[in-house]
Unconditional design. Structure first.
Length: 447
């Protein structure tokens, strides 16, 4: 793990496996980003919370494991959750998972879907030390009432401070196999009462993971990750989506429109989580799903990373995901050739004309009419089940593109976040060619 401890730009697994971002918070003058972590192998297993800290959202340091199973409730995993600050302390909320039937051949998995979930919390005095043995509490025991939620599939508490108390959204599913969200309320973060739920009709996935609700100047936004949203047998069917909503804290009533956007049109990002940055912006990151482990000479094999932090804004019912200013600042050293980026990743900005295209080391970005499309066929794993080509919906605001290119991920921001297409990639060449582009500029990381 030592060799991957400090990272710039994209945050990657310190070794082995990571999935969802958890407990994202600006606390005590630093950003803390926890994550679902299996510390023993580059596969999903008994979940721990890994922990990374940063002064600026772009220079990260992994500081080890903060949560690990110690209780009956979280014996088989500390699943996703969130963080808030209360009276100077950091409170973490997460889902504890207990298997009722364990796979004898792999104790990190259950069999026959026999497990149960409860919601737990732990408070830390300083955001760095977590007393896993004495500091945990069950705040919402396993749900028994089927009309409220499922005893196994209820998870991922996201807590925020509302006008007159604390609120929580939880992902769950109903008896008739539809995803839903549960709302809870508390005065003291410890005692929680169920208030209401919300769901949609058929075709919206059977279980909603990782809900996140927040207000922006331009409207209220809900982000969630319905499982089996795309039922086409491809990798992956679970997809993160978002929408502007109407929410009333009083009674926790939420209206969900039929209109939605994908969080990202590369369809690789999942389980996003947001917080507010130190200047009050709503900032979000998400897990990049990677089908294969990265093996590098002299390093622990790793799998899973996060997208660059994005500022979320809503305007006229549309949700924008803009590059965080600190990211732009990081990639601000103007260069003439991608080789000058020193293998650390680079940014390209340009205006793409009708019929224009770019070849980013084998990854293709092109314009077809009023859509921006990508094709990773040349730089991805082989397999019929993988999605290879992607496109945005019809673009409204022009064709200014900003690409952030990393060895294992390309992020294409269209019109400063009108849409974003991000893809996992493997084996890209250190080359770039542009045809039909204007005002092309290249930047490497600052020293
Ligand atoms: C989403 C998810 C969450 C869960 C966690 C387990 O990717 O399935 O719902 O808490 O991952 O690692």
């Amino acid at each position: 793990m030592e060799e991957n401890r400090k990272q710039r730009g994209h945050l990657k697994a310190p070794g082995n496996w990571i999935n969802d971002p958890n407990g994202f918070i600006y606390y005590g003058g630093k950003y803390h980003l926890f994550y679902q972590y299996f510390p023993y192998a580059p596969v999903w297993g008994t979940m721990h919370w890994g922990h990374a800290v940063s002064d600026d959202l772009v220079n990260w340091e992994h500081v080890g494991v903060s949560l690990f199973p110690t209780k009956y409730g979280d014996q088989n995993g500390c699943f996703s959750g969130s963080a808030v600050e209360d009276n100077g302390k950091m409170a973490l909320f997460y889902t504890g998972v207990h298997y009722l039937e364990t796979d004898p051949e792999n104790i990190h998995q259950n069999i026959h879907d026999r497990f149960e979930a409860c919601q737990m919390m732990i408070v830390s005095e300083d955001g760095m030390h977590f007393d896993n043995f004495n500091g945990k509490k069950v705040i919402i025991p396993t749900i028994q009432d089927k009309s409220i939620g499922n005893r196994a599939d209820t998870r991922d508490p996201k807590v925020w401070k509302g006008r007159d108390g604390w609120y929580m959204v939880l992902g769950s599913r109903s008896e008739n196999g539809r995803g839903k969200i549960l709302f809870y309320r508390s005065d003291d973060l410890v005692n929680w009462s169920y208030v209401n739920d919300v769901s949609k009709g058929d075709g919206w996935g059977w279980m909603w993971e990782c809900p996140d609700y927040f207000e922006t100047e331009g409207g209220q936004v809900l982000v969630f990750s319905p499982m089996r949203f795309l039922q086409d047998g491809k990798w992956e069917e679970n997809q993160a989506i978002c929408m502007t909503v109407e929410f009333k804290e009083d009674g926790c009533e939420m209206d969900l429109p039929d209109r939605y956007q994908y969080l990202d049109y590369g369809l690789d990002l999942y389980a996003p989580q947001s917080t507010t940055d130190k200047d009050g912006r709503r900032v979000l990151t998400a897990w990049l799903r990677m089908p294969e482990t990265v093996e590098e000479e002299g390093k622990t094999p790793w799998r899973g990373m996060f997208c660059l932090p994005r500022v979320v804004e809503a305007k006229n019912g549309h949700v924008y995901f803009r590059v965080h200013p600190n990211v732009k600042k990081l990639y601000s050293r103007q260069i003439m050739d991608v080789k000058e980026a020193g293998g650390k990743g680079y940014r390209v900005s340009l205006l793409l004309e009708e019929g224009g295209y770019m070849d980013v080391g084998g990854y293709r970005v092109f314009r077809r009419g009023n859509r921006i499309c990508t094709d990773r066929t040349g730089v991805f794993c082989e397999g019929d089940d993988y999605r290879m080509t992607f496109e945005t919906p019809a673009i409204q605001e022009g064709y200014r593109l900003e690409l952030y290119v990393d060895e294992h991920m390309v992020e294409v921001y269209v019109n400063d976040g009108e849409y974003v297409v991000s893809n996992a990639v493997y084996g890209m060449a250190d080359e770039l060619s542009v045809c039909g582009g204007r005002e092309v500029k290249l930047f490497g990381m600052e020293d």
